[in-house]
Design a protein around this ligand. Sequence first.
Ligand code: HPA
Length: 274
Amino acid sequence: MPAEQIAESVRSIQQVWSRTPRVGLILGTGLGGLAEQIETDAVIPYGEIPHFPVSTVQSHAGQLVCGTLSGLPVVAMEGRFHYYEGYSLAQVTFPVRVMKALGAELLVVTNAAGGMNPQYSLADVMIIEDHINLMPENPLRGPNDDSLGPRFPDMSAPYDRELIGLAGRLAMELGIPHQQGVFVAVPGPNLETRAEYRMLRQLGADAVGMSTVPEVLVAVHAGLKVLGLSIVTDICLPDALEPVEIEKILAVAAQGGECLSRLIPRVLAEWGKS
Ligand code: HPA
């Protein structure tokens, strides 16, 4: 039973770390740098948490970092699970359930994304204002556990409007190049063809990636506030498309990751006052 599995994971984490997190963070590909800013109480490898899948991507560390950031107790996933790795979306999103059950109120989710809006530049931070789900599965499919959330969760504003505004204002103050846009989730693992980028842009998306939307669906279902931040790691203009090199994407992610390492603590400091 998922509820029992969630409770078991929570108990095992609480044996090592007894505080109640206010914030859960999911650090995307190449974006783990923020974890170093956490005043760490405990680091738990995913393999030691019952029912947590184990990360298979090399650029993902695969551990839960528990501690304090901007004066707030937080849990951060250094490394996330992707649909393309073969996990079900229930597995991909299981940690979000655990964060909620630990007591988190806010989920901050980050990712590396391809920029399709021609105004975007490499390493821009895109504050996610809305999303389009093109994953072939849904983590909420199947019998609904009403104790976890409603059968038909509302998606009129999955990304908290105040946090979108706050992140934009603080990015401006910090001089961080930023955008606000729509994120579309695809299953991967292949990158898109020119024709697919053209289609995704016409659908209304500004950036594309292989994660985040499943976690956000579960977070909204669970009643968590959400802030989503993408780093534009490659430029995906169908008429000027260059072959991507994953090393380059990771290098740009590291650059954007530094911006997130400055921005997210400031956002949390301000949010924590409210
Ligand atoms: N597609 C294209 N470019 C990307 C992606 C993606 O899913 N993720 C990061 N850069």
